[in-house]
Design a protein around this ligand. Structure first.
Ligand code: ZN
Length: 204
């Protein structure tokens, strides 16, 4: 399986990092070795001084598809989950400044946290109004709503599948809302999708 992550999909987040609003989805990938499951601890690698949390809604692809039309894209996922796209921001900024790929900052081990359970899409009354949030040590630091995404789930699937064949089990992290920031040793991270706590783990 592969992990596809959408960048700059919320205007307020693009702005907080001084990035332009994209005209089509920006995406990058993480390998399966970056997955962190079962609320295991996240260990800050020794080579970075600044790891940021990015809470994101995650789609799990349930059928094979290539060049998917937007009007059929909803058939390619039936569950929504919650994850964190951990980012070594100091490393990413250095790489970006040189025009180099971001992989070292995004694809490292444990950088793709995924909640234990996915919720059926049918349980959400409106896919354009899904609320999610990240709390650190009991305080809400990111408060997101899918209605603020620049590109909808269907637009993301249509666009990404122009370039990359989607396979069963692939995960798409759909971008982070504003409020990203560093995590430190001892932080307790709790992620909520609607009112369901799907993430609860510590940083070491
Ligand atoms: Zn992200």
């Amino acid at each position: 399986m592969k992990i596809i992550c959408i960048g700059r999909n919320y205007a307020a987040h693009a702005k907080e990092l001084n990035n332009e609003i994209p005209e089509e989805p920006v995406f990058f990938m993480k390998p399966d070795s970056s997955l962190l499951r079962n609320n295991e601890p996240f260990y800050i690698p020794e080579w970075t001084q600044e790891v940021h949390h990015e809470i994101e809604l995650v789609l799990r692809i349930n059928r094979l598809g290539k060049n998917i039309e937007e009007r059929f894209a909803h058939r390619y996922f039936d569950e929504i989950g919650l994850g964190i796209d951990f980012t070594a921001r100091d490393i990413q900024n250095k790489l970006k400044a040189k025009g180099l790929p971001w992989e070292k900052a995004k694809a490292f081990d444990r950088a793709a946290v995924i909640g234990g359970s996915f919720l059926p899409k049918s349980g959400f009354p409106d896919l354009k109004a899904i609320h999610f949030r990240l709390d650190i040590n009991g305080k809400t630091v990111q408060d997101g709503n899918s209605g603020l995404m620049l590109f909808s789930f269907d637009q993301i699937i249509a666009n990404v599948s122009k370039y990359v064949t989607l396979k069963i089990g692939d995960l798409i992290y759909t971008g982070t809302p504003a409020g990203v920031g560093p995590v430190i040793d001892g932080d307790v991270l709790e992620g909520y999708l609607a009112d369901n706590k799907l993430l609860d783990f510590v940083v070491k």
